[in-house]
Design a protein around this ligand. Structure first.
Ligand code: MG
Length: 400
C-alpha cells in the first residue's frame, strides 16, 4: 500500500438529536476509499474542529493511512503538550477513521483486525429514571420486557431531585442538589428495587462524582446488600486515591473513568486492582489504538471494560465501542443510549440491538457511513450547557 496517501481530512458537525456530534472523515488518494471516526466532545465542538482542521489536517495530508501506530504516536506529540481533552478527541476521530480505512482495504470488519470475535454480541445496559421509586421500577420493567438484563437506575437525574434546597441569599444560578439527601435516596431506591424486582436483573448506578469522598465510601458500603453490577464514578478523577478506601470497606463493584484523558489517571487504579470496570470515553483517550491497549492492560489485572456510550458519542463512536466489545475477552457491559431513526438516517450501518445485545454489522471497516447531505440538515447550536454548573445548597460550585 506504499502509494496510498491521505488526501484530505474533513470535520463534520451535526446534531440530529440536538446533541452536537463531531465526525472526522479521512479521505485517501484511492477514489471512494475513506474512513470515519468519532471526535465528539459535545461541550466544545468548535475547539475540536479547529484542532482537526487547523492542526491535524496539515500534519496528515500526504501520509500513508496504513501507518496507524506511527500516526497516533506522532500526532500525540506534535503539539508537545498532550493528553488533554480537545486534542485527544481530534486524534480519536483520525485514529478511528484510519482503522476504518484499514478494514476496508483488508476486506475485514475492525473486530477482525483486533483479533476476531470472542462473542457474537455485546450485552448493553439502558437507563431508567423516575420521580420516585415506583416510577423507576416501572421504567426498569419496561426495559426488561424488551429483553434488557442490565439497567442503570437513577431517581431524579444526577444528584437526585425534589429535596429541599436550603439556599443562601443572592444564590447564583446553577444546578443545585443536596448530596446527603441524594445519597440517602439512592439507598432507599435500591432497597425498593431489589424488594420488588428480585436479584436476577443486573442493576447499576452512576454517582456522577456528586459526593464528597467519605460520603462516596459510605454509599458504596450501604449499597453492598443490593448487589449492584457496578457503582459508577463514585468520585471525581481528582480524588482517585480514595478508591483504596472504598476497596477496603466494601465489595460493591466499582466502575470509573469517563472523564479520564491521561494514562496516569487509569494506570494506578488498574495495577492496584482498585476498580472492576474501566469506563473511559474512547474519543476522550484518543481512539481505538489506545483503547485496545487499555483493554489488554485491564485483562491482565482481571478488570473488565464498560466503555462510555451516552448520546454524546456519535453512532460512529458507538460502532467503535461495539467492535472492541465483541473482540476483547475481558468485556463487561456496554452502555447503550439508543440510536434513533433520525440518527440512523444520517449514519447508515449503525450497530443494531436485539434482545439486550448490540451487534456490529459485518461489513469491512467500522461498517458505518455518513450521509453528509442529511447531516447538514441538523446544524449544531453551540450553546453552553447548564447541567455542568453543579452547586451544593450553599452555592459552592462542585464537580458535576
Ligand atoms: Mg457516567
Amino acid at each position: 500500500m506504499g502509494n496510498l496517501k491521505i488526501r484530505d481530512v474533513r470535520t463534520i458537525l451535526t446534531a440530529p438529536e440536538g446533541i452536537a456530534l463531531v465526525v472526522v472523515k479521512v479521505e485517501t488518494t484511492e477514489p471512494g476509499l475513506y474512513g470515519l471516526g468519532c471526535a465528539t466532545f459535545t461541550q466544545r465542538p468548535l475547539a475540536v474542529r479547529s484542532a482537526i482542521d487547523d492542526y491535524l489536517k496539515p500534519f496528515l495530508i500526504g501520509k500513508d493511512p496504513c501507518r496507524i501506530e506511527d500516526i497516533w504516536q506522532t500526532s500525540m506529540v506534535s503539539a508537545y503538550w498532550r493528553n488533554g481533552p480537545v486534542l485527544n478527541n481530534a486524534l480519536s476521530g483520525v485514529d478511528m477513521a484510519l482503522w476504518d480505512i484499514k478494514g476496508k482495504l483488508a476486506g475485514m470488519p475492525v473486530y477482525d483486525l483486533l483479533g476476531g470475535k470472542c462473542r457474537e454480541g455485546a450485552a448493553v445496559y439502558r437507563h431508567a429514571d423516575g420521580r420516585d421509586e415506583k416510577e423507576v421500577e416501572d421504567n426498569v420493567r419496561k426495559w426488561m420486557e424488551q429483553g434488557y438484563r442490565y439497567i442503570r437506575c437513577q431517581m431524579g437525574g444526577y444528584g437526585g431531585r425534589g429535596h429541599t434546597i436550603h439556599k443562601t441569599r443572592n444564590a447564583p444560578p446553577g444546578a443545585y442538589y443536596d448530596p446527603d439527601a441524594y445519597a440517602s435516596s439512592v439507598v432507599k431506591l435500591f432497597e425498593h428495587l431489589r424488594k420488588e424486582l428480585g436479584f436476577e436483573i443486573q442493576l447499576l448506578h452512576d454517582v456522577h462524582e456528586r459526593l464528597v469522598p467519605i460520603e462516596a465510601v459510605r454509599l458504596a458500603k450501604q449499597l453492598e446488600p443490593y448487589n449492584l453490577f457496578f457503582l459508577e464514578d463514585a468520585l471525581p478523577p481528582e480524588q482517585i486515591e480514595w478508591f483504596k478506601m472504598i476497596r477496603q470497606q466494601t465489595t460493591t463493584p466499582i466502575a470509573m473513568g469517563e472523564l479520564f484523558n491521561n494514562p496516569h489517571e487509569w494506570i494506578p487504579l488498574i495495577v492496584n486492582r482498585l476498580i472492576d470496570f474501566i469506563r473511559v470515553h474512547i474519543s476522550q483517550i484518543g481512539g481505538i489504538t489506545p483503547a485496545k491497549k487499555l483493554a489488554v492492560l485491564c485483562e491482565a489485572f482481571g478488570i473488565r471494560t464498560a466503555w462510555h456510550g451516552p448520546g454524546d458519542v456519535s453512532p460512529v463512536g458507538h460502532a467503535a465501542n461495539i467492535h472492541l466489545d465483541v473482540s476483547c475477552p475481558n468485556f463487561g457491559v456496554q452502555e447503550w443510549s439508543g440510536i434513533s431513526d433520525k440518527l440512523r438516517e444520517v449514519f447508515p450501518g449503525a450497530p443494531e440491538v436485539e434482545n439486550g445485545y448490540a451487534y456490529p454489522n459485518d461489513k469491512p471497516g467500522l461498517g458505518i457511513d455518513i450521509d453528509e447531505k442529511k447531516a447538514a440538515k441538523y446544524p449544531i447550536s453551540n450553546e453552553l450547557p447548564q447541567w455542568t454548573l453543579a452547586r451544593f445548597p450553599d452555592g459552592t460550585a462542585v464537580k458535576p
